[in-house]
Design a protein around this ligand. Sequence first.
Ligand SMILES: [Zn+2]
Ligand SMILES: [Zn+2]
Length: 490
Amino acid sequence: MRKLIFRFLLFTLFFQNINLIAQTDISGYFNNETSYQIVSCTLEGGVSSTCYEIKFASNPVDNGPYCPVDTNSIGGVGVYDGATNPGFQVMKKSLFQSMELDGYDIIRNNGTIRSKDLYGGGGGGSPSYAYCLENTADDALELTFLIPTTPFNPPNVNQMASVELVAISVDGVPMNSDPPSVVSNSGNIPAIDPCGGHMDPAGYYHWHFAPESINNVFSRYGISDVSCTKITQNVSALTGFAKDGYPIYASRDMDGSLATDLDECYGHTANTKEFGIAYHYHVSDILAPSMPPCIKGVSAESSFSVGALILPIDLISFEINNIENEKILLQWSTASELNNDFFTIERSEDGKVWEEILIINGAGDSHRKIDYLEYDNSPLEGTYYYRLKQTDFDDGFTYSDLRSVRVEKKITPILIYPQPATQDLFITNSNIQSITLIDYRGEIVFSQNLEKLDSDTTRVDVSHFGSGIYYLRIFDGDRYQTEKVIISNL
Ligand SMILES: [Zn+2]
Ligand SMILES: [Zn+2]
């Protein structure tokens, strides 16, 4: 018991000494998180604490290339642990020839490289062959990370297993420990892109290197065939946060120097640009793979989870209909809404320049189906495109697919009166060139061409027509329009 208390005091002392990023708003260092909050959590070992819960959409950065097509091509990089020429190297002919020498059949007779996609449990292939692994990306995933708000160091360091999550990058990309052994996986070699990452079989991109300093690793290994061009190189960059809550930097300190006092977890307490003097880790640019082999603090239980990405709105439909060239009916339905501030209806003649024509409030958060019905009461003549823009409370927005509608030229509004007509029927419209009165059987009972009139009003004597419903067909020189007329001569 005394020993336990002593240990607890030691923890507390240690913890207070290095507790330099406690309660820092680390969200300010992330790009593109979809949500961020502080939640109750349980740390490994059962301690109750608070954690940052940060969510990201999968695959936020450009990636690839991975497997080369054939022995004349160059792909990404790989870590080979076989007998012949092992180590970190480029995915090219020399690597595959070394694998062939070790008994892995990865080059087909025609010189192409066997490759396999493990996404969604796929892959197939034959156990007689070895494969370059390149998985499909699934951009519809949401990654959730839990990071203790206050780092807490247990007595022993936490050794990282192969592929274990070590950290979360500032881009929201998981940073994992060593990629899987090629030898233990029957010669199947995971391809890593030139910035040090690749797709998990679940479809999310993750890094095995700090992308900001990987070009230094390439020069250490004499690799000049590939380089990272998709992530800005900055050897002193804050690359992310380890899952115990300590910051993790690329290979160098803020003055550009390589630390000489790193502990077994590649960590030390030194000055940082973001947190002042603070304990932090580095990703090596001397070794490859280069992630810290251990972490000092405890991580949260379920520090990393993958689910389906929930978009702010789940749009079921967006339809538009021309109502007699008078107005455009706009209808859409959402199955659910999350954080939905408002909708904007936009209209365009060419699909490039858009004007906002309506703004409609969203439901905020809703889990039931909502139907929306609005009108464009001033449609323009010709073919126009419409789209629905959804804006959330964080000013993020998405667009629906385009819909098009053709609005025909309208005959200027006509007035027909009185109804029912007994003696005279008056028709008011300045553009009318002819009128035809048709009875309910479809027979023409009256027809007249009109001269250019001074008056807008035409008078038709209907006193000799029988009572009933008639149709008045009006021609404006361009098109016909038919209106119902009731005559009552009882
Ligand atoms: Zn991996
Ligand atoms: Zn440092």
